[in-house]
Design a protein around this ligand. Structure first.
Ligand SMILES: NC(=O)c1ccc[n+]([C@@H]2O[C@H](COP(=O)([O-])OP(=O)(O)OC[C@H]3O[C@@H](n4cnc5c(N)ncnc54)[C@H](OP(=O)(O)O)[C@@H]3O)[C@@H](O)[C@H]2O)c1
Length: 249
């Protein structure tokens, strides 16, 4: 059964349909999506899945439905066991009906190419993934083994700069609806590079304590003001959308 989602703000509406939800998320820009416990943990037992629930899964799929490309860090691919990026049949139908490719492209960011070119994330991908990696990785052995399964883009010496990722996706590929699914290190870099237009964050009704990391991390702080765009509710779960604040004049 589809999880019930109501809108609390900016205008109240009950039992939103998929089309209602899509109306506020189907636009160009860089959107980041995370789930967090109330006390700020990004994981339970090392994974985000333990925090999730039906409403988060529903929105997660709709965010992928409208995306041209899903960007994810290699740490999340490894930790969460990402497989080939396939959206649901309903999402495929919606995408084709709206003139889009059946599936978004998966783009993986990795500094040291710690991925297996024989894994299904590549070999069973419905669309050839993109790998953003570094000159250091290019100079190491192994990069050639990815040539058959992905488009490898070298952007940066030791770290991939999110600015160049976004520029490549938008200018060279015309992929304007960019969804970043984390993880925290990549999100920290996106914040530092001032590349975040929107954040969707699901607040899971749980306290975690412990050593779990936050949804963003980086060596230096990079404060950025955001404005509340939508407040959705599903039972005890809040689904919040924040947009980049307009610069003050
Ligand atoms: N709560 C949530 O919604 C959510 C979402 C996603 C992930 N998570 C959790 O977050 C944890 C993983 O955290 P994480 O910080 O390791 O995730 P991450 O950002 O996905 O992975 C870090 C790794 O990604 C690559 N990477 C990220 N940014 C890079 C950059 N600018 N340049 C080059 N490489 C870059 C590097 O890979 P290489 O090591 O290959 O160089 C780096 O070691 C997992 O426990 C996962 O379950 C939670």
């Amino acid at each position: 059964m589809t999880a019930r989602i109501d809108r609390l703000w900016p205008d109240a509406a009950e039992q939103l349909s998929d089309d209602d939800l899509i109306a506020s998320i189907d636009h160009a820009g860089v959107r980041v999506n995370f789930i967090s416990s109330i006390d700020g943990a990004a994981t339970r037992d090392g994974l985000s899945g333990g925090l999730g629930g039906p409403a988060d899964w529903r929105l997660f799929e709709l965010l992928r439905r409208v995306a041209d490309v899903v960007v994810v860090g290699a740490g999340t691919v490894r930790a969460e066991g990402y497989g080939p990026l396939r959206v649901s049949e309903a999402s495929q139908r919606w995408r084709v009906d709206h003139g889009r490719a059946p599936h978004p492209i998966l783009a993986i960011v990795t500094g040291r190419l710690g991925l297996d070119p024989g894994s299904e994330i590549f070999t069973a991908a419905p669309v050839r993934p993109i790998i953003f990696t570094t000159e250091d990785a290019r100079n190491a052995e192994g990069i050639a083994s990815f040539a058959d399964v992905a488009d490898v883009v070298v952007e940066g010496r030791e770290r991939v700069r999110p600015e160049t990722v976004v520029a490549h996706l938008t200018s060279k590929r015309s992929l304007d609806r960019i969804l970043c699914e984390g993880g925290p290190s990549l999100f920290g870099d996106f914040i530092g590079g001032e590349q975040v237009d929107e954040l969707c964050v699901t607040v899971s009704p749980a306290l975690e304590a412990g050593q779990a990391r936050r949804i963003a991390r980086s060596d230096a702080a990079h404060p950025q003001d955001m404005s509340l765009a939508t407040v959705l509710r599903s039972g005890d779960t809040l689904l919040l959308r924040y947009a980049r604040s307009a610069p003050s004049t």
